[in-house]
Every structure is written in C-alpha cells, then in structure tokens.
Design a binder for this molecule. Structure first.
Ligand code: CMP
Length: 139
C-alpha cells in the first residue's frame, strides 16, 4: 500500500452540532495522521469556487449556500490508501444509504447536510488541498 494524502472537510452542520471533536477522534482512530487542519468560514464565492465542478448540477445553489452558512474545518489526512479509506469512513453521500457506523450514518441529517466531505480521486484531492492549503506538499 502506498502512503497517500486526501482532503477532508467537517461541514457546517457538524461544526454547529459540536461534532468536531468526535470526528477528529474517529479520524485518528482510523489511523490517519492529520497533516494540516484549519477552521474557516467560506464566503459564497469561495464555496462556489470550491464546488465549481458541480456548477451545472441542480443542487449547486443549495450546496454552496449551505457550505457558506457557517464555519467548516478543512483537513489534510495521510495514511495508506487515504482517499478510499476516508470515503469508507464517511459512508455514502446520502446518509439513508450509508453503512452502519460510518460518520454519515451516525451524524448526517440529509444528502445536503451530510456532515463531512472527502475527495473522490487523486486529482480532486490535489486540487482541493491546494484550494485550502496553498503550497502544501501533495506527498
Ligand atoms: P460532498 O461529498 O461534499 O460533494 C458534493 C456535495 O453535494 C455532496 O457531498 C452533497 O452534500 C451534495 N449533494 C449531492 N447530491 C445532492 C442532492 N441531490 N441534493 C443536495 N445536495 C447534494
């Protein structure tokens, strides 16, 4: 297995519900090393930039308004197979379809307010890490 980095985010719904500690605890219990972490409030423009890839989707306005509605926590996580392992830890995008004990099954309310984000591939991980942590080593 190759050591890899991924981009993770604790979304405004989870921050509002004081779940940062629980989620960070789970991240470390899953064997990730936290390489970088910052709390940040997206402006609407920043949220639109971050999710630009989804600009043509019907949920884009709802998504970007939600993501700029309160603080998020951005993280760079490292371990072997980090991208897939973090996606398994989060569970399916829609919490109704998420496997037991995944973060979204445990904590998410809906497909829109789904508590965490994770990059889906090495190229998006590189892009998302660069967006929030300019200059960070991609490994
Ligand atoms: P995320 O992993 O952050 O990537 C894109 C986000 O869009 C996704 O999680 C969901 O929160 C959101 N999303 C995807 N599909 C829908 C939908 N049908 N309605 C609202 N939001 C959605």
């Amino acid at each position: 297995m190759t050591v890899e980095r991924t981009y993770a985010m604790i979304k405004p719904d989870a921050v509002k519900r004081k779940l940062i500690g629980k989620i960070v605890d789970r991240i470390e219990a899953e064997g990730f090393t936290i390489v970088a972490m910052r709390k940040h409030c997206f402006s609407l423009k920043e949220a639109q930039g971050f999710y630009f890839v989804h600009r043509a989707r019907p949920f884009y306005p709802e998504l970007t308004e939600f993501m700029s509605s309160g603080p998020i926590v951005a993280l760079v996580l490292e371990r072997d197979n980090a991208i897939a392992h973090w996606r398994d830890t989060m569970g399916a995008t829609n919490p109704a379809n998420a496997a037991p004990n995944t973060l979204r099954k445990l904590h998410a309310a809906s497909i829109g307010e789904n508590c965490v984000h994770g990059s889906d591939a090495p190229d998006t991980a590189a892009q998302e890490m660069g967006f929030m942590f300019p200059g960070i080593s991609l490994l």
